[in-house]
Design a binder for this molecule. Structure first.
Ligand code: IMP
Ligand code: MG
Length: 174
């Protein structure tokens, strides 16, 4: 099936929002060091731009998880494919996500990370689809709330494609 991508959020608008998020985080963590946790692969583009906009000391770590269940429905049980390299103990951790959808994966993941006794644990997401939520997830920093549409770009994929688009677009099947 052929698909077409319709721009939802332009590169300029995303850049401006990430700058704003960076300023807010820098203010909230003044005098502290933040440890950004990237959930691969979708969050890579966002974390790179965001980290550059944070003025307090930043450290980074990466993990990869997969959700048991079918491709289209996450069960909420998460398998760690690649774990973090470093301990979270006593660190001010912010989990960086590309999108919060059902919340199934993230509610499980946050609980698991919280067991590692960070000094604090927050969540920052570029996109949020609140209409789709099935598990409550507290989002501390949100870039954009978007309607219930399948989006790609800025790290998000459709069948592993389109992650490299510099904007966020809606996939239209024709
Ligand atoms: P959930 O919150 O457990 O449902 O899983 C969220 C994950 O589903 C995200 O990290 C994305 O990988 C993927 N996802 C959800 N919505 C979209 C979308 O609109 N486009 C691309 N991937 C999506
Ligand atoms: Mg994905």
């Amino acid at each position: 099936m052929a698909e077409r991508i319709e721009v939802l959020i332009s590169e300029e608008v995303i850049d401006a929002k990430i700058k704003e998020l960076g300023e807010q985080i820098s203010k909230d963590y003044e005098g502290k060091q933040v440890h950004l946790v990237c959930v691969l692969k979708g969050s890579v583009f966002f974390i790179c731009e965001l980290a550059k906009r944070i003025t307090v000391p930043v450290t980074l770590d990466f993990m990869s998880v997969s959700s048991y269940g079918s491709d289209t429905k996450s069960s909420g049980v998460v398998r760690i494919v690649k774990d973090l390299d470093e301990s979270l103990k006593d660190k001010h951790v912010i989990v960086i996500e590309d999108i919060v959808d059902s919340g199934n994966t993230l509610s499980y993941l946050l609980e698991m990370l919280n067991d590692r006794k960070p000094a604090s644990l927050k969540l920052c997401t570029l996109l949020d689809k609140p209409e789709r939520r099935r598990k409550p997830v507290h989002v501390d920093y949100t870039g954009f709330q978007i309607p219930d549409e399948f989006v790609v770009g800025y790290g998000l994929d459709y069948d592993q494609k389109y992650r490299n688009l510099p904007y966020v677009g809606i996939v239209k099947f024709e």
